[in-house]
Design a protein around this ligand. Structure first.
Ligand SMILES: *Cc1c(COP(=O)(O)O)cnc(C)c1O
Length: 405
């Protein structure tokens, strides 16, 4: 691979033509302050020491790399390893980034943090980080998502966060991001916005990726210890793209490692019924950056659908658009039905109930493993656990939410 693939975004925050800073004038100062604080922090051994200690003692790193023996045997092809981010405190990879950003907020002298959340996993991670550091925390969440993810709303409340329902538009994640940005404009001096994925205006995509790189760094070390070689294929689901880029980034220069990002195919690739931005999406600007997104011919953002709230967003992180153009990462999709099937399979065959988001990655592995040889290796990032999803999955699988059979 050429060196450009792993290069940092340029001074204006662009990965090739993607990324950048598309925000109201009033936020420019805050983003510059954040960029400087982050650059100083990442070079500061004390910051790294404090973050590492938190990740080890509070968050539960390193996570295991687990050989899914029974799934591998059942599929009869490549060996399947799972990177167990589902075992982290609060149940998903999101806490890696939330802990990094809360430490930054503290360094910047902020007393209050805000966040947006879809499925509630990022809201829970942020509320947890805020509780740990005694900061005020406000989480914006679409009213529709609050109903779908009532358990996570309750968790956030116990953690001391204020959850603000957002009723505009579809009342889901996109509208919650708008409200969080509005709050930030108003309270920028006291407040840090903990954005939850590798998305938005520079420096967020780069910074969030760097807080999740630990996933790929550990995986690389663990697979080398275990197999004495690198995997043939990495697989991760892609919403905004943070768990995927966290896994992929440390492998970008390893030419022989293929990578596939799996988007939400929803009910199939028809307008409004999916969230697979690389299936018919176009270049546009949404909520801070330029990237691939789903829009109609007038440039209006299209409605999206996925069984998993965490993948249900109209745009993809700019670094993914760049890596796709470069041909370094391939992007595929799994439909709702395929993800639910994978959810059932992994639960039964391995005793691991995955998040519905992660189940999209598992679905891809199930599809391709039988076509690969037994001496090949697939490494799937299991981004989160499925406790939050069992009720919803039960409605599809058993009907009406009543768990039978
Ligand atoms: C939020 C979430 C995702 C999607 O977000 P990315 O930024 O694309 O990683 C995936 N899996 C889980 C478990 C999540 O909570």
């Amino acid at each position: 691979m050429s060196a450009t693939i792993t290069s940092q975004p340029d001074a204006t925050g662009h990965f090739g033509p993607y990324g950048g800073v598309f925000v109201p004038e009033t936020l420019m100062t805050a983003l510059e302050e954040l960029t400087h604080a982050y650059e100083a922090a990442r070079k500061d051994p004390e910051f790294r020491r404090e973050l590492n200690q938190l990740l080890t003692e509070f968050v539960g790193r390193p996570t295991p790399l687990y050989l899914a023996e029974r799934l591998t045997a059942q599929l009869g092809g490549a060996k399947i390893y799972l990177k167990r981010e589902d075992l982290l405190h609060t149940g998903a990879h999101k806490i890696n980034n939330a802990m990094g950003q809360i430490l930054l907020a503290k360094r910047m002298g902020k007393k209050r943090v805000i966040a947006e959340t879809g499925a509630g996993q990022h809201g829970v991670a942020t509320a947890t980080a805020a509780a740990r550091f005694g900061m005020e925390c406000v989480v914006y969440m679409g009213e529709v998502d609050m109903k779908r993810q009532a358990l996570n709303v309750t968790r956030m409340k116990f953690l001391g966060a204020k959850v603000v329902p957002v009723t505009a538009g579809q009342a889901t994640l996109k509208e919650a991001v708008n409200e969080a940005m509005r709050d930030w404009v108003t309270n920028v001096r006291s407040t840090h916005y903990i954005l939850g994925t590798a998305y938005g205006a520079h420096p967020y995509p780069m910074m969030v990726r760097n807080f999740h790189r630990v996933i790929g760094e550990e995986s690389r070390r663990q697979i080398l210890e275990r197999e004495e070689r690198l995997p043939d294929l990495l697989v991760a689901c892609v919403g905004g793209g943070s768990n995927a880029i966290g896994l992929f980034y440390p492998f970008l220069e390893d030419k022989n490692v293929r990578m596939v990002g799996v988007e939400a195919g929803g009910e199939g690739i028809k307008p409004g019924r999916h969230a697979a931005r690389f299936q018919g999406g176009k270049l546009g600007v949404l909520q801070g950056c330029k990237t691939f997104l789903l829009a109609n011919d007038d440039g209006q953002i299209e409605l999206t659908h996925s069984v998993s709230a965490g993948l249900d967003y109209a745009a993809v992180g700019p670094e993914h658009s760049f890596l796709r153009d470069a041909g370094r990462v391939e992007y595929d999709f799994a439909t709702d039905d395929e993800a639910l099937e994978a959810f059932k399979t992994l639960s039964k065959v391995e005793g691991i109930i995955p998040a519905l988001e992660s189940a999209h990655g598992v679905a891809h592995a199930i599809k391709v493993a039988p076509k690969m040889s037994k001496d090949q290796i697939i490494l799937v990032n299991l981004s989160g656990r499925g406790d939050k999803d069992v009720q919803q999955a039960a409605e599809f699988v058993f009907g009406g939410g009543a768990v039978k059979g």
